[in-house]
Write a protein that binds this ligand. Structure first.
Ligand code: NAD
Ligand code: MG
Length: 332
């Protein structure tokens, strides 16, 4: 209670200071603030976004964003860049749809050339992303292939490096998630599939990339809220996400001496093809995100900014961290 009173007092003091500063700010913004743009409208994070109940839908794995109802918002019509990644060269796995697509759009609009990897079955989604990157005036490189193959992982990094003329950002984001109610139902091949995609491929791609990345480069992994709070229907997946979070922290310590930063993002529920192609039970999909304080899933566009921040030179003291975005459901 005391703590509440204290923080409320600080808030009120802060409001008074803001009001005082606000008195002079408009004049400053018009004349001297470098890079100032028009005000962004205030947005209530709970309202005005797609929310449950969602209509029943299911697609064969790996699913297409273009066939989802509603279509996810990857920032196609909204993300505005400000040169934060000018001249950077980025490889994003799973860059065709969902979180990876939102990151690809954001990176390109921030000035980066972008290579994306995806599965051949996702060519239609990938071509939309290629067009969006080119529309932003940046180079787009599309490299389809299956990350469960270690040789492909190594070739992928080489191809991206050659086509982009270097590599200074790696976003290892591709993931496999399949829901099973019981451990008794998880086939050994499924367990292997999940671990190959989420952990082995991450290791193979990272190892190849680190050998090529210059000082100042950044690696960002996609972990999950499941790393801390495993869903009972996602045993194998959740375990790999804990592994990714742990790996990124350890690697950050090791790569500090090479001048490479390593961080991870841990999303909560996001509206992406992963969820409608076997990632959730139909019951969970219909109410997806309803158990968060914001009472809805995130849209991929709402998390891209975290990846930009972690990749950019604004975050030179940020390494070995995991950043959550889960609609208000706490993460450690
Ligand atoms: P998504 O389906 O849009 O992206 C996943 C991508 O992984 C696919 O587009 C596909 O290109 C790629 N992929 C999967 N298996 C592959 C393979 N064998 N070879 C090459 N590519 C392969 O869904 P998303 O939710 O945007 O997933 C991106 C990441 O976010 C994943 O790591 C996922 O685990 C993580 N994540 C998602 C959520 C969520 O609620 N959507 C929550 C936490 C973490
Ligand atoms: Mg996809």
């Amino acid at each position: 209670m005391d703590e509440f009173k204290t923080s409320r007092r600080y808030l009120l003091q802060g409001a008074a200071i803001t009001a005082a500063v606000g008195f002079t700010a408009p004049a400053l913004a018009q004349s001297t603030t470098p890079g100032a743009t028009a005000a962004t409208p205030l947005r209530n994070p709970q309202g005005g976004f797609p929310k449950p109940p969602f209509t029943e839908q299911s697609q064969p794995w790996p699913g297409l964003a273009s066939k989802m109802n509603p279509r996810p918002d990857h920032g196609e019509d909204s993300y505005q860049g400000s040169g934060q990644l000018s001249g950077r060269r980025a490889l994003i796995t799973g860059g065709d749809s969902g979180i990876g697509r939102a990151v690809a759009i954001a990176f390109a609009r921030e000035g980066a050339d972008v290579a994306i990897n995806y599965l051949p079955a996702e060519e239609a989604d990938a071509q939309e992303v290629v067009k969006l990157i080119r529309d932003a005036g940046r180079k787009a490189v599309a490299i389809p292939g299956d990350l469960r193959d270690p040789d492909f992982c190594r070739n992928l990094v080489q191809q991206a490096h050659t086509a982009l003329g270097g590599l200074d950002i790696l976003v290892s984001n591709a993931g496999r998630q399949h829901s099973y109610d019981s451990i008794l139902d998880i086939p050994d091949e499924q367990f292997d599939w999940t671990v190959k995609t989420n952990l082995y491929a991450m290791f193979w791609v990272t190892k190849a990339a680190v050998a090529l990345m210059p000082e100042g480069s950044a690696i960002v992994y996609t972990a999950s809220v499941n790393a801390y709070d495993p869903s009972k229907n996602l045993l194998d997946y959740a375990m790999t996400k804990a592994g990714i979070a742990n790996f990124s922290k350890g690697l950050a310590k090791q790569l500090a001496d090479r001048g490479i930063r390593v961080n991870a993002v841990a999303p909560g529920p996001f509206w992406t093809p992963l969820q409608v192609s076997g990632g959730q039970t139909m019951e969970k999909l219909k109410s997806f995100g309803s158990d968060t304080p914001l009472k809805r899933p995130g849209q991929p566009a709402e998390i891209a900014g975290l990846y930009v921040q972690l990749a950019s030179a604004k975050s030179t003291y940020v390494t070995g961290q995991v950043f959550g975005a889960s609609g208000g459901a706490g993460q450690p």
